[in-house]
Design a binder for this molecule. Structure first.
Ligand SMILES: Cc1ncc(COP(=O)(O)O)c(C=O)c1O
Length: 396
């Protein structure tokens, strides 16, 4: 930890814990202490830690062929693309290495499509306040939260911000320069903000009327997290472009930008590229992870376990003497507004053996693996209640 302080760039406030091993929903630190992992590595480890099929694929693929360039056909990449298309609205996929890169590709696709289908000055992307789309310069600018921009100016142009869950604001913002509306179906980092049922259908309609694209960032909500394979299924509409990352390869870095044929055709040889994206290792693991999600019906399980988790957290709210003011979410993505500083509650949970995330201004976020069971949820709820009591005691 001393070397960490000395040699790593300080981009995150790290907890005084080094995690060294994981199995299922549990992880262990370097002192051998066990934790329940309700962070899932920030909504990544959908199949839990050390899943035997993931471990097997990694071993086998690493020993066979780890990397080749995209100048060659990569069978695992082709199979994963076909599987994603078979299970979504999309016709074509571009693989990259992270969520930010998947969103960069979406922004480039939307702008190129808009220019080829309208005036040459069409390129603006409308994004939502409180959203989160990544840390590269374009995606951090797409992220309509000034706290992430500070010091990094000048930011790239071509982004317009409107309030989340406000269709009229989007309607007012659309003009002849607009290329696309880009939105998370549920805002994750921004506080697990669930919009009204009519929001996504309303956005779809506005985009269709204006002849612009709807880009859904399902990097956090996709792959079954909200109780359906894709969060857009709850709304009964489909996007033109969707971005994925996080859980797609259960922790092996991967990003994916999915699109309809009509949109995807704007990419021609030489217009975009990647060295690592879609390499045999990442896509072999993605193939195993996605097949397992589908075969083991993990979205349905997330819906079932999510109902239990939200009930337990609402029961904790009842007992919290006002320390939890709201519990919301869908499937296994749950947010809880707190009165005590969320950092204190997160620390108290960790002391008692439960790892949780923060979100928004003062919310706690739970995103356990989709394989979580009722016993783990019960234990987590008991720890949250005890941690709140610790914070109440400390404040008294
Ligand atoms: C909705 C959403 N989009 C994009 C990103 C950025 O992904 P990455 O950190 O892999 O670049 C995140 C990460 O938290 C996210 O939650």
């Amino acid at each position: 930890m001393e070397w960490s302080d000395k040699h790593l760039m300080t981009f995150a406030k790290r907890y005084p814990v080094a995690l060294v091993r994981g199995e299922g929903v549990r992880v262990w630190d370097s002192d051998g202490k066990e934790y329940l992992d309700f962070t899932g590595g920030i909504a990544v480890t959908a199949l839990g830690h050390s899943h035997p099929r993931v471990v097997g694929t990694m071993r086998e693929q690493a020993a066979t062929l780890l990397h080749v360039s995209n100048y060659f056909h990569i069978p695992q990449q082709i199979h994963l693309a076909k599987l994603l298309c078979d299970h979504s609205f999309a016709d074509r996929v571009f693989f990259s290495n992270s969520g930010a890169e998947a969103n960069e590709t979406a922004i480039k696709l939307a702008r190129k499509w808009a220019k080829e289908h309208g005036a040459s000055d069409r390129g603006d992307i409308i994004t939502m306040r409180g959203g989160f789309h990544g840390r590269t310069l374009a995606t951090v600018t797409a992220t309509a939260q000034e706290k992430y921009h500070h010091g990094f100016e000048p930011l790239p142009g071509g982004f317009k911000y409107v309030a989340f869950n406000d269709l009229r604001a989007v309607e007012r913002a659309i003009d002849s320069r607009t290329a696309a509306v880009m939105v998370e179906p549920i805002q994750g980092e921004g506080g697990v903000n669930v919009p009204d049922d009519g929001y996504l259908p309303g956005l779809r309609k506005l985009c269709d009327e204006a002849g612009i694209l709807l880009v859904l960032d399902e990097i956090q909500t996709g792959m079954g997290r909200t109780g359906k394979l894709w969060c857009y299924e709850h709304a009964g509409v489909t996007p033109d472009i969707m971005t994925l990352a996080k859980a797609l390869a259960n922790g092996v870095p991967i990003g994916a930008t999915l699109a309809t044929d009509e949109v995807a055709q704007v990419l021609t040889p030489g217009t975009h590229g990647t060295t690592f994206g879609g390499n045999p290792l990442a896509t072999a693991v993605g193939l195993t992870v996605f097949s397992t999600l589908v075969e083991d019906r993990l979205p349905e399980r997330a819906a079932r376990m999510g109902r239990i988790l939200i009930d337990r957290m609402r029961a904790a709210q009842q007992k919290s003497q006002g320390m939890i003011t709201e519990v919301r979410g869908r499937g296994l993505l749950i947010g809880m507004d707190l009165v005590p500083p969320v950092g204190n509650v997160v620390s108290a949970c960790r002391e008692r053996g439960l790892l949780v995330l923060t979100a928004g201004d003062n919310a706690m976020r739970l995103a356990p693996p989709l394989i979580v069971d009722e016993a783990a949820i019960d234990r987590a709820a008991t720890i949250v209640e005890a941690a709140l009591a610790d914070c109440r005691g400390a404040a008294a």
